[in-house]
Ligand binder design. Structure first.
Ligand SMILES: [Zn+2]
Length: 223
């Protein structure tokens, strides 16, 4: 897969097209120091974050999580989804490995925005599942695109990634945008009475590879 005869060639499709590498600094956290890089979308000023641990530039198989913002879960502890757990586990994993990147993309509610996400929750209270609710509001299943994530990874000099995800569409999305995915690292998730239906729906409707119940640990699994 890698071209050892020409190791300096980085994936460079659409370089610097969407984003400006705006600012960066080290950030101390309970998991140790991360290098935080802020990218700004040129067309709308939206800011996305790369939490970088260790050396990643010019390397193959960098552990990467592409994570979409979820205010309700990450700030307020909502039990309706597993976003906070996924984020925590990804940060744990790259800290343990002393190498990796968590991309934090500001696209709340699969890209529909916070207000619309809460409208969808209201419809779910009346019995719609998460995908039906989005459709009733006129949104496609998943508005996330991976061009921003791919450009961030290119800017950080990543040659290929080991993607921390249960979502086959994420792998396809990154590959489509020119980022080689060497393998998938499963992201373990724990269910509770509030999110088990959501997780099941996600698995059944979108092909997420979610392990809902405890299974044997593999050495690379997160959590
Ligand atoms: Zn969430």
């Amino acid at each position: 897969m890698s071209d050892t005869s020409n190791p300096q060639v980085l994936p460079t499709r659409k370089p610097g097209h969407l984003l400006e590498r705006f600012s960066e600094a080290d950030l101390p956290t309970p998991r140790g120091v991360f290098h935080l890089v802020v990218f700004r979308e040129k067309k709308n000023g939206r800011e996305h974050v790369a939490m970088v641990r260790g050396d990643v530039s010019g390397l193959e198989g960098v552990p990467v999580r592409v994570h979409s913002e979820c205010l309700t879960s990450e700030v307020f502890g909502s039990l309706k989804c597993d976003c906070r757990q996924q984020l925590d586990r990804a940060l744990d994993f790259v800290s343990q490995q002393e190498r990796g990147i968590v991309l934090y993309l500001r696209q709340e509610g699969r890209g529909i925005g916070l207000g619309n996400k809460i409208k969808a929750y209201a419809l779910q209270q009346k019995g719609a599942d998460t995908y039906d609710a989005n459709r009733m509001l006129g949104f496609a299943d998943d508005l996330r695109t991976y061009d921003v994530a791919a450009e961030m990874l290119r800017a950080l000099g990543v040659r290929s990634v080991d993607l921390i995800t249960n979502n086959p569409l994420k792998i396809a999305g990154l590959v489509e945008e020119g980022i080689p995915v060497r393998r998938r690292i499963p992201s373990r998730t724990e269910h509770n009475p509030h999110n088990v239906d959501y997780l099941r729906t996600k698995r059944e409707r979108t092909g997420h590879l979610i392990e809902l119940f405890p299974e044997e640990d593999t050495e690379a699994s997160v959590g």
